[in-house]
Design a protein around this ligand. Structure first.
Ligand code: NCD
Ligand code: ZN
Ligand code: ZN
Ligand code: ZN
Length: 452
């Protein structure tokens, strides 16, 4: 590592320039040896040799450079839930995990259920964030409210079927059609948590997490997916299915092969099964729950073959106190930002996943689905969001070391090969060698549909 600073040029340009030398750079679908020049927060040039000098230079010595990862599904909490996570700890976790942009879900407190609330949340976030952050808003059926959310920069309206964030009678198809229509008219993507509340079991007597997960086996997810697909066909708005956990749900979506539909899988649903719940209990409790080992294998295979559109972590931190309770009272959700990339790099090293597929799932495709046009690829003109990866480095997942406030993980103790070395956001080094090296505030608030 070699970092040279010359304050003179910093003065002239505002943002310091950066060169990464002698790296293996992921461009389109292969790696090439070369260097990257970043100026004014953007990639200026990628070339075999760069003769210019920059304010800061990183000698990568063959480290792999990927486009910064984009996580379209995180819960950053903060505001009245900052005891679970806040904008700084959540985005520190993102940077440590190689994510340079994340999109926050609206089930915050207060919820992001109006344009005004979205603007307020964005105001609170700016100045505290270490990576770029965009916001989803709650699904509404009112056309004006949807239009306003779009103008405020919402990346989607999120329809949380089990229990809508903004009150909606979602059992009524006519109401769901109104929501789809409002999204369509406002040119907003509709993101969906597809679980049919009427098909979810009663959990009153349950004593173990394994029982809870077994009880939820049924088809609450696939039937909700089918219902939304049926209604979407009538309206034609764009729909993105969050955290798809069953192969049957994924095929229902992908069989339609529509450009207006996209799907998301998580690291936990593709790597863990019900069996892990027996030993891990609350540490492996999230919704949708973990599935049978057979479903997990099928989901991973589908992911490897390119069926789901993106991978997202569904980073959903809670306190240990909120989780280590009776199963029916335990908060579902696990932190995921700091484990996703090294878990998937391990799969690449084991020959179970191609590097190209990893980059599509975690960077190219989420940038496309969420219309982040200058992100998700390494080329001149793109944003200076990059992650330097040490593909050979071995490690063990240790939740004690998380920047997230949630210091637990169902992956605790897993041996990994492949680690984040340096994360660069808007041309600034934010994370390096286990440490956050930037001050909060370097991340930008992202607004959908604003292209600089
Ligand atoms: C999420 C949360 O805690 O906000 N929990 C979870 O288990 N996934 C909610 C959600 O994404 O459905
Ligand atoms: Zn310049
Ligand atoms: Zn969800
Ligand atoms: Zn979620």
């Amino acid at each position: 590592m070699n970092n040279l600073k010359s304050p003179e040029s910093e003065k002239t340009s505002g943002l310091p320039s950066l060169i990464i030398r002698d790296a293996n750079i992921w461009t389109k679908n292969d790696t090439t040896r070369g260097s990257i020049l970043i100026e004014h927060g953007r990639i200026q040039k990628i070339a075999r040799n760069i003769t210019e000098r920059a304010d800061e230079e990183i000698l990568a010595n063959g480290l792999l450079v990927l486009p910064g990862l984009v996580d379209a599904h995180v819960h950053l909490r903060d505001m009245n839930l900052s005891y679970k996570e806040d904008f700084t700890t959540g985005t520190a976790a993102a940077a440590a995990g190689g994510f340079t942009s994340v999109i926050d879900m609206p089930n915050s407190l207060p919820p992001t259920d109006s344009a005004e609330r979205l603007r307020e949340r964005a105001r609170r976030a700016s100045g505290k964030i270490l990576v770029n952050v965009g916001f989803h808003a709650a699904a509404v059926k009112d056309q004006d409210a949807a239009n306003e959310m779009k103008s405020a920069g919402a990346f989607s309206m999120k329809l949380y079927l089990p229990n809508p964030i903004a009150p909606l009678d979602i059992d009524d198809d006519r109401v769901v059609v109104q929501v789809l229509d409002a999204a369509k008219q406002a040119s907003l993507l509709l993101t969906v948590h597809a679980e049919d509340a009427t098909k979810l079991p009663r959990t009153g007597e349950i004593k173990t997490f394994a029982e809870l997960v077994r009880l939820r086996r049924g088809n609450a997810e696939t039937s909700a997916v089918r219902r939304i697909l049926r209604l979407q066909r009538r309206i034609g708005c764009r729909v993105h299915f969050c955290h798809v956990s069953l192969p049957s749900s994924l095929s229902a979506i992908s069989n339609l092969s529509s450009s207006r539909l996209s799907s998301e899988v998580t690291p936990h649903h593709t790597l863990l099964s019900e069996n892990h719940v027996m030993t891990l209990g609350w540490k492996a409790w999230m919704v949708p729950p973990l599935r049978s080992p057979k479903d997990t294998r099928k989901l991973f295979h589908a992911m490897k073959m390119g069926i789901p559109t993106i991978m997202a972590t569904d980073h959903a931190p809670h306190t240990v106190k909120e989780k280590a309770r009776l199963p029916r009272k335990s908060s579902p959700g696990i932190p995921g930002l700091e484990t996703a990339l090294s878990l998937m790099l391990t799969m690449v090293n084991n020959g179970k996943l191609s590097l190209g597929r990893l980059v599509s799932l975690l960077s190219n495709n989420p940038a496309k689905v969420f219309d982040l046009r200058s992100k998700g690829r390494l080329e001149s003109g793109a944003d200076g969001d990059l992650v330097l990866v040490d593909l050979k480095k071995r490690g063990t997942i240790d939740p004690e070391k998380f920047f997230s406030k949630a210091h637990y993980s169902p992956f605790e103790g897993w041996k990994t090969q492949g680690a984040v070395h340096t994360t660069i956001v808007n041309g600034l080094v934010v994370y390096r060698d286990g440490e956050i090296v930037a001050k909060p505030g370097g991340g930008k608030v992202l607004k959908s549909g604003r292209h600089e």
